[in-house]
Design a protein around this ligand. Structure first.
Ligand SMILES: [Fe+2]
Ligand SMILES: [Fe+2]
Length: 290
């Protein structure tokens, strides 16, 4: 468990995190998203009723069509109506697209204190999806969701404490000392704040736990296999993403990244020699070559 470095207690992080969440008026998961998740559990999906649900929010629809027309979802094919997008990219991709736009709408309402945040979140989410499809395909949607939410706390804290805004960029890569630095600065950290935000959206514990521990090298034996796999997927996505973004020649710039990679390999069952191959897969996905 993450704990206060001074007292060993877990409470102070969460107490201050809940102050952040109440200050920025975090909303619950949008009703349409809840309904889409319910539809996803049914054996047959009625595209007409899905489109009817979504078109009610005109502002969101415009953003949805823009994202659906991006290389990430459709190799750049442009869509002017929800039905066309739904028919072409399929329901699961459409749901992923809608989730992304819903979070982006919320974040843009509270304001972007750091512009690189959304690009980072979308890229890591996309990498999580590709890696999960390879190692644990049954968790691909959860992995994408985790990638999308994992750093959201970093853009919420400045709404509560402006002094944090200059530090957001340090919370995004897989740097292991960040939670202690954040505690010294704002008496909480972006992982705890992000966990509370995601809890408001009723995300599962299998997502909340990896979100809370995404800057921690350890994997707890008591966690479920799904939790361990999702944490490994997120941290692997971040290790590769950091290498790409920094144009580095190593996946493990810190001693703790090396420890983490050993644990990731153990959880997902692969050897580090395939990392360059995984990186190529992720770069191809970025360019819409999936
Ligand atoms: Fe982070
Ligand atoms: Fe990140």
């Amino acid at each position: 468990m993450i704990s206060d470095p001074e007292t060993g207690s877990t409470d102070p992080w969460l107490e201050e995190a809940s102050n952040v969440i109440s200050k920025v008026s975090v909303q619950a998961q949008p009703r349409v998203l809840i309904e889409l998740n319910r539809i996803a559990r049914q054996p047959d999906v009625c595209f007409e009723s899905v489109a009817d649900l979504v078109v009610k929010d005109v502002g969101l629809c415009a953003k949805l069509l823009k994202l659906a027309s991006s290389p990430m979802f459709s190799n750049g094919q442009r869509f002017d109506c929800v039905q066309d997008a739904l028919m072409t990219i399929g329901f699961q991709e459409f749901r992923r697209c809608f989730l992304s736009v819903s979070i982006e709408c919320f974040i843009s309402k509270v304001g972007y204190p750091y512009r690189g945040f959304w690009d980072h979140s979308m890229q890591v989410a996309s990498f999580c999806q590709v890696l999960a499809e390879r190692f644990c395909p049954q968790h691909a949607f959860q992995a994408y969701t985790l990638g999308l939410f994992h750093d959201v706390g970093a853009v919420l804290i400045p709404m509560y404490n402006k002094s944090y805004a200059d530090h957001i960029a340090r919370a995004l890569p897989l740097y292991f000392g960040i939670t202690e630095l954040e505690y010294a600065l704002v008496k909480t950290n972006h992982c705890a704040v992000g966990e509370l935000f995601a809890r408001n959206w009723s995300l599962s514990e299998d997502i909340l736990i990896p979100l809370r521990h995404h800057h921690n090298p350890k994997f707890d034996d008591e966690w479920s296999d799904t939790t361990r796999e999702l944490k490994a997927i997120l941290q692997l996505a971040e290790l590769i993403n950091d290498k790409i973004e920094k144009k580095s020649d190593t996946y493990t710039p810190f001693s703790q990244s090396k420890d983490t990679l050993v644990r990731i390999c153990g959880v997902l069952g692969f050897g580090p020699q395939i990392l360059p191959e995984l990186e190529q897969d992720l770069l191809a996905a970025l360019e819409g070559e999936k």
